[in-house]
Design a protein around this ligand. Sequence first.
Ligand SMILES: [Zn+2]
Length: 129
Amino acid sequence: MSPQDRPRLKKKLIELRADILREGDIEIEPVRKDATEVGGDEDEQPLTEMSQVIASKRNQSRAGVLKRVQAALRRIDDEPEMFGLCAECEEPIGKRLDLLPYVELCVECQGTKDGAAKPGRRRHLTDFK
Ligand SMILES: [Zn+2]
């Protein structure tokens, strides 16, 4: 990744974070609730189990992206020279970053992870390019 890509991707990340936050209704709080804090004004019971599942799935994926965006922003500040390199194999992630600036794995490693059910898969360092 060329050095001038970094501020561009950082800007993207910041915009992405703003977008996610602007949509509101996201819970960034830790997953577990402190038992002591629950007894308050929360009126979440009326939600049916189903809509709870849907809502939490939706929130989870947005919260998940948000978390990754924030992690990426931290990486870009803390280890700028590592940003854009795959967290597994340290190969440049490349163009994928333009679409998903928060990814931390290259396509190959992501595929390996997603297809973790197939342990026989070859590692990729040599069979690529
Ligand atoms: Zn990789």
